[in-house]
Design a protein. Structure first.
Length: 324
């Protein structure tokens, strides 16, 4: 078969589609279609932008599969309706704004990161950090949604949510299983946000919260489910061995560990989203996406046996292990 340049060009111009997606979200193009199909003139009126720019964006989103186009009218595809136009519980708009306003700008310095192997740093004002947090927590909410859909939590009774950044993952488990309680051992500064979220979700009587630095905490206990969500990439190798050892010491024999993060793998073809985030994380703030083989070695050293790896759509993967 003759080689084609199509894949190379699609990758090379990928930033154009990303910029058009964030622009379409920002001007309300998807929201304007939430109540049904519209032609170009109606879309221009609804978004308050010129027909030329609206057509460019709408045609781009159609070409990328996020809008349907028929008889001169545009309508939402199923995924854009759920995640970009308000039909689902998660609106990815704040995450797209983070990518456009913070992440994209940081990537402009990626050549330096590659050439020096020096971690990137963010220089944001108070408003910028608020936008950063809004974007990251929106993406975490998507991860938690997909996490809850991927697993059956009915057999568990006592969860330890250790060192995470958001309570949504354990909330997804408790939503499935009314008998499940969760103990949070998080870094200082998270207690109020967890309490507020648990109150809103109706889980306040099923949780307990303790604060301790993740890299040195020793939670103890005998939990049948341990959650480490978005933890490993934030710590170095020695700290991660300690965190996994502390997790094992808090687990009953046969307990399940669910380790959610991005990972580099050794399959014939690397899952792209993980390797892309390896660049993103180090370029943003020097955090590390670790190889699965390395993490599996840590698990074996600390009393865990890797059982399986589960990929979450548009999200990280979950290493599922058993306490031995």
């Amino acid at each position: 078969m003759t080689a084609s340049p199509a894949r190379i060009i699609d990758i090379a111009i990928g930033f154009m589609g990303a910029k058009q997606l964030t622009a379409a979200s920002r001007i309300g193009l998807f929201a304007a279609l939430a109540d049904g199909p519209k032609d170009l003139a109606a879309l221009a009126t609804a978004t308050g932008h010129s027909e030329r720019q609206v057509r460019t964006l709408a045609d781009a989103m159609n070409g990328l599969g996020l809008l349907n186009r028929a008889s001169g009218e545009y309508s939402l595809a199923e995924d854009s309706a759920k995640y970009l136009a308000g039909a689902g519980e998660i609106d990815l708009g704040p995450f797209l704004a983070f990518l456009n306003d913070i992440s994209y700008r940081q990537w402009l310095g990626y050549d330096r990161t590659v050439d020096t192997d020096e971690a990137g740093t963010l220089d944001l004002d108070e408003a910028g950090w608020a936008d950063f947090l809004a974007g990251v927590m929106t993406y975490n909410a998507l991860h938690a949604e997909q996490f809850g859909e991927a697993f059956d939590f009915s057999g568990f009774r006592s969860a330890l949510d250790f060192g995470g950044l958001a309570a949504g993952f354990s909330f997804a488990a408790m939503q499935q299983n009314p008998e499940l309680t969760t103990r949070y051992v998080y870094a200082p500064g998270f207690a109020d946000s967890i309490t507020d979220a648990a109150t809103e979700a109706g889980f306040l009587d099923r949780i307990s919260i303790e604060e301790a630095p993740t890299e040195t905490a020793q939670p103890g206990g005998s939990h049948d489910l341990v959650l480490l969500t978005h933890v490993l990439h934030r710590f170095d190798e020695a700290q991660n061995r300690g965190i996994l050892a502390a997790s094992r010491a808090a687990a009953a024999p046969g307990a399940t560990l669910m380790l959610l993060d991005f990972f580099l793998d050794e399959d014939e073809t690397q899952r792209p989203i993980d390797a892309l985030h390896a660049g993103e994380y180090f370029n943003i703030d020097g955090t590390v996406v670790y190889p699965i083989a390395q993490v599996n070695a840590w698990l074996a050293e600390t009393g865990w046996r890797l059982d399986r790896l589960v990929a979450l759509p548009g999200s990280p993967r979950v290493l599922v292990a058993t306490a031995v």
